[in-house]
Design a protein around this ligand. Structure first.
Ligand SMILES: [Zn+2]
Length: 161
């Protein structure tokens, strides 16, 4: 992929509206996809064939679910959170839980993500939490449902303290 090349992004009107409501800019989406495609660091939906990738350019992590089209990419959804995901210890210490989470496969390691105990950090607080993660490279998944519900609520609660 050419560094300077503008990516062609397609999205349905309802997706466009959702992104606007979430204050996610097309540039944010483009940056996530560009980084994921150049690095190969993304998850693949085994049923849908869609990709899920994230990027944290500054204080916000952006996630984009997308698929490749003949010319460019189709964006299915995007969401963000401010909490930081941290794995506890090295992935070598992770147990193989065998609890396959969702249908996501790590693109780089070619193994399904499994539930692992990881940590979320925000401001001065750290929470242990079970999240799907790749035991090969440590890629931690915060899915859309979680990001827009529990994670958003926890961030809000901490800010209000
Ligand atoms: Zn991996």
């Amino acid at each position: 992929m050419d560094e300077a090349e503008q990516l062609q992004l397609e999205m349905a009107d309802d997706v466009r509206r959702r992104l606007q409501e979430r204050m996610i800019l097309p540039e944010d989406v483009e940056r996530v996809i560009r980084q994921a495609e150049m690095s190969g660091r993304k998850l693949i939906g085994q049923v849908t064939g869609r990709y899920l990738a994230s990027l944290r350019p500054k204080a916000v992590t952006f996630w984009v679910e997308y698929s490749q089209e003949r010319e460019g990419y189709r964006v299915h959804s995007a969401y963000s959170h401010r909490m930081v995901m941290k794995s506890s210890g090295s992935t070598a210490e992770w147990e193989k839980t065998g609890k396959v989470a969702g249908n996501w496969l790590c693109n780089q390691c070619r193994i399904p993500v499994e539930e692992q105990t990881v940590r979320l950090q925000y401001m001065q607080s750290i929470f242990p939490i079970k999240l799907p993660a790749c035991s090969g490279c440590g890629f931690i998944l915060i899915d859309e449902e979680l990001a827009i519900t529990k994670v958003a609520e926890a961030e809000q609660a901490l800010e209000d303290k």
